[in-house]
Design a protein around this ligand. Structure first.
Ligand code: HEM
Length: 137
């Protein structure tokens, strides 16, 4: 028989779109969403942006000069920077997932810590590449 004074058990349901902004996703959850976003970005941009630019850069001296000229434009640099972030985030988060697959750092505290490390390392690397891309050094 059920206990009349027992507190009702919490129920966890899927949230609706209107609750998205107030839902407190843990850092590891945000990392996971961005891993999927960056994977999709790389998947789409590899045939549409990266390979055509690479092909043009190695086809002839003239096409190389054209690519070098496009790449000097700040909008192109921003696009390349987003792709760099996508790759660096996906790479660092991917290494974390491979460690989790090996059952390393599975508990909640370790998983939160490694999510923070992935954000820190990937954003720091993106900053270094951004400084290089925009000619700071
Ligand atoms: C251009 C290169 C890459 C592309 C286009 C790509 C694309 C993707 C996509 C679309 C997914 C599925 C994401 C999802 O459904 O949540 C994925 C998952 C994954 N990627 Fe990549 N990826 C690339 C490079 C890498 C690299 C270099 C690593 C290694 C560090 C890596 C590690 C992983 C792992 C471990 C998963 C599975 C994550 C999970 O268990 O949910 N990827 N990738």
């Amino acid at each position: 028989m059920s206990d009349p004074v027992a507190k009702p058990r919490p129920q966890f349901r899927n949230i609706s779109v209107t609750q998205l902004m107030s839902y407190r996703l843990p850092l590891a959850g945000k990392l996971s969403i961005l891993h999927r976003v960056s994977g999709a970005l790389l998947f789409l941009c590899l045939p549409l942006v990266i390979l055509p630019l690479f092909a043009a850069s190695v086809t002839s001296q003239e096409t190389f000069n054209d690519v070098a000229a496009y790449m000097g434009h700040p909008i192109m640099k921003l696009i390349v920077l987003v792709l760099m972030w996508g790759y660096l985030h996906h790479f660092c988060a991917g290494i974390r997932y491979l460690m989790l697959d090996l059952h390393i750092g599975l508990d909640k505290a370790a998983a939160q810590k490694s999510a923070g490390i992935v954000f820190g390392v990937s954003l720091a690397l993106t900053l270094v590449f951004a400084l290089k891309l925009f000619g700071v050094w």
